[in-house]
Design a protein around this ligand. Structure first.
Ligand SMILES: Nc1nc2c(ncn2[C@@H]2O[C@H](COP(=O)(O)OP(=O)(O)OP(=O)(O)O)[C@@H](O)[C@H]2O)c(=O)[nH]1
Length: 632
């Protein structure tokens, strides 16, 4: 039997349902632990939360490698429980396609499920599967007691299947293994079950078989959620402890926080305080899956991992987790310098919806006023850039990505995220990642070469299967400088493994390295926006490559222009741009006065768009070309 359910779904799902007239709200709730107070006059379309004591609540997430079917399974679960209408799927899909980014970053929703005589409230807190978003994965898990580990039956266990499994185990979550895509002719359920057994030690009999596409096996998943995942535990009579695990910004409601109630009860009108900031707030709205609005003005006040408590009560804060750490930085500039205010406004608006991005103003002699943004990884950066271009509705100049270097001076250590601020020559620690690559064994050599070319060390590998008949898969692990994997490493990995390799990485601290700052001179003047930090061993090759590229892109001037790559005081590569005589009217004979004027006017307009580096005039588009080239 299905119950009509209230829906206050966030992100993808909330957008799918945004045609609903209002968000339905509740005067009191608990997400992970406690029982709600009696609901006075709940709207008739809503199910009373009184029906859902703790024992009837399940908080879970879906964890998987990218493309193994999380969103499709979430859709099926929502459909089967009547949360979304099967017939409106087409319409939903269109909205979903538009909201690719939200889809990337996960969904959160709730549904009701009836088993025998009991009704259950199932809270789905989904997680993104992309390698950059591991911070978000652990954040979502903090509000769950169980997880569905989804593995594509045709592809088997992949690099992120492992990382999300271990993250779930670390958090003490009950893991339900689910084999998806069993409808595919290429599916090899028995083989993948054997993999799951040998890698995770999971009993093959516990693995569910489903097709999220056709709907096969979905009811068994709902049953397993109820039977295998424990209900949340907590003290209803204890002091309120609400764990803040996500927040977003709503134009009309202000800051919306997602909280998981560990102990106590939360009601509309309650006065709560943050353990982190000590600021006090009044709850103005409550909804399902821990949706909470209060008089919080700024998104920055909602600290992910914070504990909220009732004003006047003293509680021990819940263990939070590491704040989001920027791993990749890039400068973002408008193509036309006077467009900066509009660009900054667009950045601010987007950051309100993505709390893991850090922003700082910066200026460049070459590019004017801009912002330096920090991201969780390069994919995160690309997703944000795409959203920004859509929001800002024009091209932007994005500088080459860099990682946070620690420059150690005699009296202090400074984290440098902009190559311009790097001292000339220095032995400095650079961030290192621990990389895992899963690949069929015939590509192992190729993958080791690729990693080696990118300064990887500490190689190790192990076979994931022991069958002699089929191609074995190998997990290769190594440590690799983060700067080496933030540009085109992933693309190379895919192309050199014919698409078979999967990749994951985690922060592995810092390691001393021989790094140098490379600057580029145009007509003997440095161009700050082009500065790079490179490893000493690669300076010649990188310097030569870049002066060649600059030589191709920079238009010839009326005089000869040397283009030089310099490290310290040494020029390590040079090209010379020969002079050009730019008499635009030279080809016009006789008295075509108007045509001459038109050419001169055109030239004037083009000059207006030029950037002057010393005497060299550089169109902004050249920067755009050079810098987008650098990222690929
Ligand atoms: N044949 C088949 N295709 C499926 C099944 N489940 C998902 N797919 C397809 O697999 C692709 C990826 O599915 P998604 O649900 O987007 O995967 P995801 O894990 O959410 O992907 P990310 O959000 O990018 O990590 C889509 O083309 C789905 O249609 C299934 O059971 N059978």
């Amino acid at each position: 039997m299905r119950l009509r359910c209230p829906v206050t779904l966030r992100r993808t799902v909330s957008k799918r349902l945004c045609h609903q007239p209002t968000w339905q709200t509740y005067p009191a709730f608990c997400t992970s632990a406690v029982i709600c107070l009696p609901l006075p006059a709940a709207p008739p379309s809503l199910v009373s939360l009184e029906e859902f004591p703790c024992n009837n609540i399940r908080n879970f997430s879906i964890i998987a490698h990218i493309d193994h079917g999380k969103s499709t399974l979430a859709d099926r679960l929502l459909e089967m429980t009547g949360t979304i209408n099967v017939n409106s799927k087409g319409a939903n899909q269109q909205v979903l396609d538009k909201l690719k980014v939200e889809r990337e970053r996960g969904i959160t929703g709730n549904m009701f499920y009836q088993q025998e005589e009991r009704s259950y409230l199932l809270n789905l807190i989904d997680t993104p599967g992309h390698v950059d978003f591991s911070w978000e994965v652990s954040r979502s898990m903090a509000a769950c007691q169980g997880a569905l580990l989804l593995v594509d039956a045709s592809q088997g266990v992949q690099a992120q299947s492992l990382s999300v499994f271990y993250a779930a185990k670390e958090r003490g979550l009950r893991v339900i293994p689910v084999l998806n895509k069993i409808d595919l002719p290429a599916a090899q359920p028995e083989r993948v079950k054997a993999q799951i057994h040998s890698i995770f030690g999971i009993n093959p009999a516990d693995v569910l078989h489903i097709s999220a596409k056709t709907g096969e096996g979905i009811s068994a998943v709902l049953q397993a959620i109820v039977e295998r995942i424990p209900p949340p535990s907590g003290e209803i009579t204890g002091n309120l402890k609400a764990f803040l695990f996500d927040s977003s910004y709503d134009r009309y409601r202000g800051v919306i926080s997602l909280v998981s109630i560990q102990d106590g009860v939360l009601r509309k009108g309650d006065r709560v305080a943050s353990c982190h900031t000590r600021k006090k707030y009044e709850i103005t709205e409550l909804g399902q899956v821990g949706y909470m609005a209060c008089n919080m003005k700024q998104s920055s006040e909602a600290h992910i991992g914070d504990t909220l408590h009732r004003v006047g009560e003293v509680v021990e804060p819940l263990p939070g987790f590491q704040p989001a750490k920027a791993m990749v930085y890039a400068g973002i500039y408008p193509v036309q310098s006077n467009d900066f205010p509009k660009l900054e406004e667009s950045i601010k608006r987007l950051v309100l919806t993505d709390r893991s991005v850090t922003v700082q103003r910066e200026s460049s002699a070459a590019l004017g006023q801009g912002c330096r943004l920090g991201f969780l990884g390069s994919l995160h950066m690309d997703v944000f850039r795409q959203r920004l271009e859509d929001e800002y509705d024009t091209n932007i100049v994005v500088t080459a990505p860099t990682v946070p270097y620690r420059v150690v001076y005699k009296d202090r250590t400074v984290v440098v995220s902009n190559p311009t601020d790097f001292p000339d020559v220095v032995d400095t620690p650079e961030p290192i990642a621990k990389a895992s690559i899963i690949v069929p064994e015939e590509y192992l050599g190729e993958m080791m070469d690729l990693c080696f070319e990118h300064r990887a060390e500490d190689f190790d590998h192990r076979y994931l299967e022991s069958s002699g008949e089929v191609s074995n898969r190998v997990m290769l692990t190594c440590t690799i400088p983060l700067s080496e994997i933030v540009t085109d490493f992933f693309d190379k990995l895919k192309s050199r493994s014919s698409g078979f390799a999967s990749f994951d990485y985690e922060d592995a601290g810092y390691k001393q390295s021989n790094l140098v700052k490379m600057i580029f001179l145009l007509n003997n003047r440095p161009v700050d926006a082009l500065a790079l930090i490179v490893h000493r061993s690669a300076e010649q090759a990188i310097g030569r490559m870049w002066v060649k590229k600059l030589h191709k892109v920079i238009p010839r001037q009326l005089f000869e222009v040397p283009i030089q790559a310099v490290v310290g005081k040494k020029v390590i590569a040079r090209e010379t741009l020969s002079a050009l005589r730019a008499d635009v009217t030279a080809g016009l004979y006789g008295g075509h006065y108007e045509r001459k004027m038109k050419h001169l006017e055109n030239q004037k307009e083009a000059k207006r768009k030029m950037k002057r580096i010393g005497r060299v005039e550089l169109p902004q588009e050249a920067f755009f070309d050079i810098l987008s080239n650098r990222r690929s």
